[in-house]
Design a protein around this ligand. Structure first.
Ligand SMILES: NC(=O)c1ccc[n+]([C@@H]2O[C@H](COP(=O)([O-])OP(=O)(O)OC[C@H]3O[C@@H](n4cnc5c(N)ncnc54)[C@H](OP(=O)(O)O)[C@@H]3O)[C@@H](O)[C@H]2O)c1
Length: 405
């Protein structure tokens, strides 16, 4: 698919020389741990380009939970992974969302030119990848499995990761939506026949977060019913302001965590009564006894038993993460008897990124950027998210854009 670029910088911007070095917020193995101390501002070399890559001057970079995984060195040791892939620098530059200006292109790039104002998606795959590219053997996530991500003055991406920046957005807004938005889009539209339809009930965990805020808007825009889980009144208000039909405070329930010891009838009865109380709250918010056709799962261990229980017969639980832990447990009786689908999902393919960008460009949905940080404050921005403080929406780091004021 050809993507049209209509935003172009002036000749002055294009003719700016590219320096040999740049400032970057790096992660090194000896600092793996809390984001506050894992990231450090360093001067490193500007990456060189392969034939199918573009060099982009980063104007703003989005903060995502994936930066926290990279900072912690788990579940993947990102620096060791580079060594395994034959490219070792001793440091990793995370960051999987950005807006910026193309400053150089590889020899094989003929549809992106220097001066294009762009947003970047984090899908990285070979030119001859299968059509659902994120399923290809070559698929990786830029900024996580691929070094020289967005948290630097310059970044390098595959040509196919470059999309036009919506003109009505600031640099910061443009850097805030692609990773979570395209992931939510795939979860809702990527798995036939369980694709989002008007009138569907959709349960969304962590509704005020990056994924949740995009999912709420996508569900609402389709004429479906977003029922959202949060952990505070403040977050509930935010979710209602962006289109939730109703919110449930998970702090009012006590059955979270892995579903252990299912044979212990007393223990199981306690779990079941809480799960049923949670389900009744969904029905109350929907206004009738209807279970979610789709459940957008990402907390994982704590919530997976409930997700699979409340999902409608013939419905789908679609999961893209295990933030609270990787031990996925559930009562399989409800799965086979009610014929529910459990579906894994990871980022998005190219077309899904294009579709998400189209919805943003047409203002059908909006970026949920709520706060900007200076480049030096990048570790603190990640720490706030890890600590799950009262943050809502997404955070963005001002890099090149701070010189535009
Ligand atoms: N595979 C992929 O392609 C992909 C793409 C995007 C994101 N992800 C992953 O998805 C996860 C969420 O990302 P995000 O950007 O939405 O993060 P986020 O902005 O930090 O939001 C996550 C939300 O989850 C909720 N939460 C946290 N712990 C929970 C628990 N134990 N039980 C229930 N809810 C809990 C919190 O909301 P409340 O406290 O209000 O409930 C929090 O706001 C992360 O692990 C991220 O890495 C994966």
């Amino acid at each position: 698919m050809t993507v049209r670029f209509t935003n172009r910088q002036s000749a002055t911007e294009q003719s700016q020389p590219i320096p040999l070095t740049m400032k970057a917020q790096t992660i090194r193995p000896e600092r793996y741990g809390q984001p506050q101390s894992a990231f450090a501002l360093e001067t490193v070399h500007v990456p060189s380009l392969a034939a199918d890559e573009c060099l982009v001057k980063v104007m703003a970079a989005g903060v995502n939970y994936i930066g926290i995984w990279a900072a912690q060195g788990r579940p993947i040791d990102v620096v060791a992974l580079q060594e395994k892939n034959g490219e070792s620098h001793g440091f990793h530059i995370a960051g999987s969302d950005a807006s910026g200006i193309v400053v150089a292109v590889g020899a094989a790039v003929d549809d992106v030119v220097v001066g294009d104002e762009v947003v970047l998606h984090c899908g990285w795959w070979d030119e001859d990848a299968v059509s659902d590219q994120i399923m290809d053997i070559s698929a990786k996530i830029w900024g996580y499995e691929i070094n020289f991500g967005a948290f630097a003055e310059y970044t390098r991406v595959k040509r196919q990761s470059v999309l036009p920046k919506p003109k009505h957005l600031s640099w910061e807004q443009a850097a805030s939506y692609m990773l979570c938005g395209a992931t939510a889009y795939r979860m809702l539209y990527g798995f036939e026949p369980h694709t989002l339809k008007a009138g569907d009930v959709v349960l969304i965990w962590g509704g005020s977060g990056g994924m949740g805020s995009m999912a709420i808007q996508l569900v609402k825009a389709a004429g479906a019913i977003p029922i959202v889980v949060v952990s505070s009144e403040h977050k509930a208000k935010y979710c209602m302001s962006i289109g939730a039909k109703g919110t449930i405070n998970r702090k009012e329930f006590a059955h979270w965590g892995a579903l252990d010891n299912i044979e212990d009838s007393e223990n199981y009865a306690l779990w079941l009564s809480e799960a049923r109380r949670f389900q009744a709250e969904i029905w109350r918010l929907v206004g009738e006894r209807r279970n979610p056709n789709i459940v957008i799962e990402h907390p994982g261990e704590d919530t997976f038993p409930t997700s699979t229980f409340v999902c409608a017969p013939g419905g789908m639980v679609v999961i893209c993460a295990g933030t609270s832990g990787y031990k996925g447990t559930f009562d399989i009786r409800y799965q086979w008897m009610r014929q529910k689908r459990l579906q894994g999902s990871h980022f998005a393919n190219h077309q899904q990124c294009v579709e998400l960008n189209r919805l943003i460009t047409s203002k059908s949905i909006s970026p949920c950027m709520t706060r900007t940080f200076d480049f030096e404050e990048l570790p603190a921005a990640h720490q706030i998210i890890l600590d799950n403080r009262e943050s809502v929406g997404t955070f963005v780091i001002r890099i090149g854009s701070r010189y535009c004021d």
